[in-house]
Ligand binder design. Structure first.
Ligand code: NAD
Length: 401
């Protein structure tokens, strides 16, 4: 399919890994169940895993983010796909369970719904897996702390290279892309309130500021709030930001960050978008309760909640990840590195899972460095190498000034 090939041409790391997998066959005889946003870039990952010998089944990691044409293309390629855009919650979980039906040796998750389904439905045989987003890693750590995690999981989200390119650059750009595609609004001169100044929030803030927005940050973590302040962004409690913001973007991984008390004081025409993994950050029920009518006919992915006093608040993508619902998710260059780290970690797990305990493990640092190095090479960027004297100096505690 042309769109998958288009993405693949911008994914040199995955193309190289696919060639390597064809000769090394790291997944021979293994089944991999994946729960990921079904996009052209995911198709490139799935094909690479299959080229390495895996039998792959795929479910969506969000009920609204599936690109149906990509799902169909993968299906006609013989991949076991269980995903359709716009399914209800029950069907969403049925799809995830179906991806596990024939058993899985390894899993790939994005948000933790596949892992929790494995554990709640008691599917045996999983040897380990990888998690690709912050919210999923947080859920895994809670499972491990409860003693509930039954196999090792690698926190592919947490490598420095992945967070830099994916959470900061990818989310930063594609969330703005989603908001613009949905609304066609002008961001220059607008007050944009960003809830959460983690990797994603910092990326979105930088790009909104670059487009001429006045960016305000809300935070609960003093270090992150200090970081935002030192970069020149005013930091306010949401209660004070709510009446002045014109665009609100949540990127916290938390719940009810924008609630009824904020809806009550927001300006007419305020735009509400979520970048966090789950649709829990904007309290949509509070909007529904406050509204006398909802108008959805003006533009796709824009629901105008009309309040009793005549104000209209515009909720994008039903409060779900706006970059994946109203746009196409991250650019392929971003997913190249993120999926490259995932694919390398899976290949490593295929031989090493048995040596790991049932816990959350970091990506082996050499794999992160390898993925970053291959990405740099594809970008044509060269770097220096430590000299022997420099290595000796850095390795020694005896040498001072
Ligand atoms: N849309 C995407 O494509 C995409 C990509 C990567 C990650 N994510 C998701 O985005 C979310 C954020 O990811 P991240 O990597 O930036 O996480 P992070 O942990 O680096 O940052 C989250 C920040 O939100 C802050 N926060 C928490 N509760 C808050 C509240 N009530 N008000 C204000 N701030 C609050 C935290 O202090 C933290 O600084 C996660 O759900 C993650 O899974 C989405």
């Amino acid at each position: 399919m042309a769109r998958i090939q288009y993405a693949e041409r911008a994914m040199p790391l995955m193309s190289g890994l696919r060639r390597r997998f064809v000769s090394e066959r790291p997944f021979d005889g293994l089944s991999i169940a994946a729960c990921l946003h079904v996009t052209a870039e995911t198709a490139v990952l799935v094909r690479s895993l299959r080229a390495g010998g895996a039998r792959v089944s795929l479910a969506a990691s969000n009920p609204l983010s599936t690109q149906d044409d990509i799902a169909q293309a993968l299906q006609s390629d013989g991949i076991d796909v269980h995903a359709r855009a716009g399914v209800d919650r029950k069907t969403y979980y049925q799809h995830i369970a179906a991806a596990l039906n024939d058993g899985a040796d390894l899993i790939v998750d994005d948000g933790g719904d596949l892992v929790s389904t494995v554990h709640t439905t008691g599917k045996p045989g999983v040897r380990g897996g990888c998690e690709s987003t912050t919210t999923g890693v947080i859920r895994l750590r809670r499972m491990a702390a409860d003693g509930a995690l039954a196999f090792p999981m690698i926190a592919a989200n947490d490598t420095p290279a992945k967070r830099m390119l994916d959470n900061v650059c990818g989310t930063g750009q594609s969330v703005i892309d989603g908001i613009l595609r949905a609304t066609n609004t002008l961001l220059a001169g607008k007050t944009v309130v960003i809830a959460g100044f983690g990797a994603c929030g910092a990326g979105i803030a930088a790009r909104a500021a670059g487009l001429g927005s006045r960016v305000i940050v809300t935070e609960v973590d003093p270090v992150r709030a200090l970081d935002a302040s030192l970069r020149g962004f005013p930091v306010l409690p949401m209660a004070e930001a709510a009446p002045v913001g014109e665009v609100f973007i949540s990127a916290t991984g938390s719940v009810d960050v924008i609630g009824a008390e904020h809806v009550a004081v927001m300006r007419d025409g305020a735009i509400l978008a979520n970048a966090g993994h789950f649709d829990a950050e904007i309290d949509v029920r509070a909007l529904e309760t406050a509204a006398v009518a909802v108008h959805s006919d003006a533009r796709p992915h824009v629901d105008a909640y009309e309040l009793a006093d005549g104000r209209r608040l515009l909720l994008l993508a039903e409060g779900r990840v706006v970059n994946l619902v109203a746009a196409e998710g991250h650019p392929p260059e971003v997913m190249d590195l993120a999926f490259g780290i995932l694919a390398l970690s899976l290949a490593w797990l295929a031989t090493n899972a048995g040596k790991l305990c049932a816990d959350v493990h970091p990506v082996p640092p050499e794999l992160d460095a390898e993925a970053a190095g291959l990405t740099l090479a594809a970008m044509g960027v060269r770097i220096d190498t430590l000299t022997e004297a420099q290595r000796e100096y850095l390795d020694s505690w005896r040498i001072g000034s």
